[in-house]
Design a protein around this ligand. Sequence first.
Ligand code: BT5
Length: 324
Amino acid sequence: EVTTRQHLIALLEKNIEDYISGQDLSTKLEISRTAVWKHMKELEKDGYVIEAVPRKGYKIIDFPTKVSANTLQWGLQTNWLGNHFIHRETVDSTQTMALQLASTGAEHGTVVIADEQTAGRGRMQRNWHSQKEQGIWMSLILKPPLLPNQAPQVTLLAATVLADVINDYLKIRPAIKWPNDILINDKKVAGILTEMQAEQDQIQYVVLGIGLNVNQTEAMFPTEIRELATSLKMESKKELNRTELVQKILKTFEQSYERFVNNGFTDIKEKWESYGYKLGESVVITTPKKQWSTVLEGIESDGALRVMNEDGTRQTLYSAEIKW
Ligand code: BT5
């Protein structure tokens, strides 16, 4: 359902070269001219720059770079993902917040996003550095009709979505490093963290955390990760609009998720492997018991890594340290 506000922005966008009169807007939106004026004030609060000239009308001069639930939702081309959007300037972790919301009944498709995280989390108690306004730090609440042991498929799906968006948007082909790092030129540009609540035979909810470095410069990363991390801006030399990127990610995610729920995992597995980092190459694997060198073949639908050993035997690994 299109709100008056969305309709108004659409009209202003169509007339980007020209002024559109208050009377015109009032007729088209079926609201009073005072109401039009009030909407303009609201848009300005969200960072739209609007020029109002007597007897000519209104014109959009600039779009917000500031992220808000409103700007995120306007122009979002999804059916259910992001219908409920929660945006905070600062939060400890969107993941923690989303888990809390999910446990108290937040609906499927709820998105929690923040400009800054003060305690962003990676896997296994690791930190996720979340520089204010320089990246996309968001968590999606999903209730997939899956068995608990299929949850890793959602992570793999998310990785392919991020890779596709980067590939389409920047024309840079990223790699997915098992299990879930997104790399550009061997450096990490995004990470994914999936947490879930499940019963024996059914997932209650999955909270899918996505951290994507967007506009950082090298100096913004703490020294410990400076050699390992990169941002879309560092790779493309372009400053990117976070709102637009979030919308692309959510749209692509929704489409891919629906295909997955309806048709199964095969396409995603193939896609994941097409982006797979060092597939077909030889790497050294370390488990608590031994260390050996093997060739990476691909993934299994449960998220395990498939390798081919030197003696020709195949193996699937659920967790292992890899020397890349
Ligand atoms: C991940 O963990 O890669 C998952 C990151 C998920 C972050 C999102 S942001 C929204 C949501 N809310 C949260 O609190 N978390 C999620 P892992 O594979 O464990 O990688 C963590 C490691 O990546 C760290 O130990 C660092 O070495 C490195 N790292 C930390 N911050 C980074 C950054 N901004 N860019 C690249 N690498 C980073």
